[in-house]
Ligand binder design. Structure first.
Ligand code: AMX
Length: 434
C-alpha cells in the first residue's frame, strides 16, 4: 500500500484516540512545573505527545516502538547494500508500520520523481559569500524552496477544511525530503569542490545518490550514509529542532518554513554542532601524543582533563543513562569496515577508560558516550573532512523526522501553540502567596 493510503487507513483510529483522551481525561494532571524547571530550559516538562519516536533513558531511541537494532534488522535493504533503504525508514516513521521491500522502494521512486531543484535555489546559494556556513546555506535553500509549497498555494486558494490539510503537508514533505540529497550535495560541492554539479543517478537509492554526488564512490560509504541517515532521523518531539519546527508549523506555516526554522536550531553549538567538537578533540589527543596513545598514557591524560573540570565532548546526555545505541551501531559499522583506523581505535580506547573515570568523579548523570562521540570519526575516515558540513548531514537526516511530526500534527489537528510567560514580579508574588 502506498504511504498516503496507509496513513489514511490509520487516521480514524489515531484521531479517535486523541479526541477520547481530551474529552474523557482533559483535566488529568500530567506534571507540576517548578521554578527551577522554568529557569532551567523547561527540562523534563512534558509538553508534547508524538508517536514518531521516543527516547527511553535506559534503552535509547525507539522509532515507532522499534529499537535501533530492530530497525536495522527489519527494514528492507537495497540489492547492492548491507544497510537499510532510507525510503523504508521514512515509510516506518510516517505510517508506524515496517514496510515490505516494495513499499520501501516505492518511497525511493517517489523521491526520484520529485528530486528536481528549481533554478532559483541554485541562484540563492551562489549569491552568498564563499565563507557562508553550510548550515546557513542549507536553511536558506529550504526557505527558497518554499515557493513550491503545495499547502501554501492550496490554502491561499481556499482549502479550509482542516481535516484535509495533512494531504498537502504529506505532498510537501515528500517533495522536500526528495530534494535534500541534491540540495546538500550541491552545498558540499559549492563549498569544497569548486561548485561542480553532479547529476543524481536513476539507479541509486536516496542515500547512495548523496554519496555519489559528493564524489564518494566507495560502496562502504554509501552504506555508512544509509546507516547515518537512519540513525539521525528523529529523537522525540521536544528537542530544539523538533520543537522549533513544530512551533512554527502550529501557526500553519508550511513544511518548508517549519523545517528551515528547525535547521536554524540545529545549527546551534549546543545542539547539532557537537559532533564536530568530538572529532576535533580526538584529533587533538592524537596530535598531542604524535600517535594513538597507549592505555596508561590516555588514562593519565583523561584524569588530568577531568581534574581541570574540562567537559569531555561526546560523553553525557540530558535524557539517556546508557551508551547511546546510535554510538553502538556506528561502532559496530567501524569494527566491520575500518577496524584499523587510528581515530576509531582512539575513540574506542576513550570509551574503554572514560566512563569509569566519570563515575569516580561523581558529577555527570550519564558517564557513557552519546552518538556524537563517534559520528565524525566515520565521516573523517571516508574523506569527509570538512567539519562544518557535519551538521548538514545531521539536518538532511533529521528532516525525515521533522516532516513526519509536522504531517501528523496536521492529521491530528493540533492547534497553534501558545504557552504562557510570566514576569519575575508575578512569579515572586505567586511564591509569597503560598
Ligand atoms: N565531561 C565532563 N563533565 C561533564 C560531562 C562531560 N562530558 N557532561 C556533564 N558533565 C558535568 C557537568 O558539567 C555538570 O557539572 P557541574 O555540576 O559542575 O555543573 C555535571 O556533570 C552534571 O551534568 P549532567 O546533568 O550530567 O549533564 P546535563 O544534562 O546538564 O548536560 C550534556 C548534558 C550532553 C550537555 C553534557 O553531558 C555535555 O556537555 N556533554 C559534552 C558535550 C556533548 O557531548 N554534547 C552532545 C550531546 C548529544 C546531543 O544532543 N547531540
Amino acid at each position: 500500500m502506498n504511504v498516503k493510503d496507509r496513513i489514511r487507513s490509520k487516521l480514524p483510529e489515531w484521531r479517535e484516540r486523541t479526541a477520547r483522551l481530551v474529552h474523557d481525561h482533559g483535566s488529568f494532571k500530567v506534571a507540576d512545573v517548578t521554578v527551577e524547571q522554568i529557569f532551567g530550559g523547561i527540562r523534563g516538562v512534558p509538553i508534547q505527545v508524538s508517536d514518531i519516536s521516543y527516547v527511553d533513558p535506559m534503552e535509547g531511541i525507539r522509532f515507532r516502538g522499534y529499537s535501533i537494532p530492530e530497525v536495522l534488522k527489519l527494514l528492507p535493504r537495497p540489492e547492492t547494500g548491507q544497510y537499510p533503504l532510507v525510503g523504508g525508514l521514512y515509510y516506518l516513521l510516517m505510517t508506524g508500520e515496517v514496510p515490505t521491500q516494495e513499499e520501501a522502494e516505492d518511497i525511493e521512486v517517489e523521491w526520484k520523481v520529485r528530486s528536481n531543484l528549481p533554478d532559483h535555489v541554485f541562484q540563492v546559494l551562489k549569491a552568498m559569500p564563499r565563507y557562508t556556513h553550510p548550515m546557513t546555506l542549507f536553511s536558506q535553500a529550504i526557505l527558497a524552496l518554499q515557493t513550491e509549497s503545495i499547502f501554501a498555494r492550496r490554502y491561499y486558494y481556499g482549502i479550509h477544511n482542516k481535516a484535509d490539510y495533512w494531504e498537502a503537508f504529506l505532498q510537501d514533505s515528500l517533495n522536500l525530503t526528495a530534494k535534500l540529497p541534491v540540495l546538500a550535495a550541491n552545498i558540499y560541492n559549492l563549498k569544497y569542490r569548486d561548485g561542480i554539479y553532479v547529476n543524481p543517478e536513476p539507479n541509486r537509492d536516496w542515500a547512495s545518490n548523496f554519496a555519489h554526488m559528493i564524489g564518494k564512490e566507495e560502496p562502504d560509504y554509501a552504506d555508512l550514509c544509509r546507516l547515518f541517515f537512519v540513525l539521525h532521523s528523529d529523537h522525540e518531539g521536544a528537542n530544539v529542532s523538533a520543537h522549533a519546527s513544530h512551533l512554527v508549523g502550529s501557526a500553519l506555516a508550511d513544511v518548508y518554513l517549519s523545517c528551515s526554522a528547525g535547521m536554524n536550531g540545529l545549527a546551534g553549538p549546543l545542539h547539532g554542532l557537537a559532533n564536530q567538537e568530538c572529532l576535533r578533540w580526538l584529533l587533538k589527543i592524537r596530535e598531542h601524543f604524535g600517535r594513538v596513545p597507549r592505555r596508561d598514557e590516555l588514562q593519565v591524560y583523561l584524569e588530568s582533563a577531568l581534574g581541570k573540570n574540562e567537559i569531555i565532548p561526546g560523553y553525557g546526555h540530558a535524557v539517556l543513562r546508557v551508551t547511546d545505541p546510535r554510538f553502538t551501531a556506528q561502532a559496530e559499522f567501524a569494527q566491520r569496515f575500518m577496524p584499523e583506523d587510528e581515530i576509531f581505535r582512539l575513540a574506542m580506547l576513550v570509551f574503554d577508560i572514560l566512563p569509569s573515570l566519570l563515575i569516580q568523579q561523581g558529577k555527570v548523570k550519564n558517564p557513557y558516550p552519546n552518538v556524537d562521540a563517534i559520528n565524525g570519526t566515520l565521516q573523517y575516515h571516508y574523506g569527509v573532512k570538512e567539519f562544518d558540513f557535519y551538521t548538514v548531514l545531521f539536518g538532511l537526516s533529521r528532516i525525515l523526522g521533522l516532516t513526519t511530526h509536522i504531517t501528523w500534527s496536521r492529521i491530528l489537528g493540533k492547534p497553534i501553540e501558545r504557552p504562557k510567560s510570566l514576569t519575575t514580579k508575578i512569579l515572586e508574588e505567586m511564591i509569597d502567596r503560598e
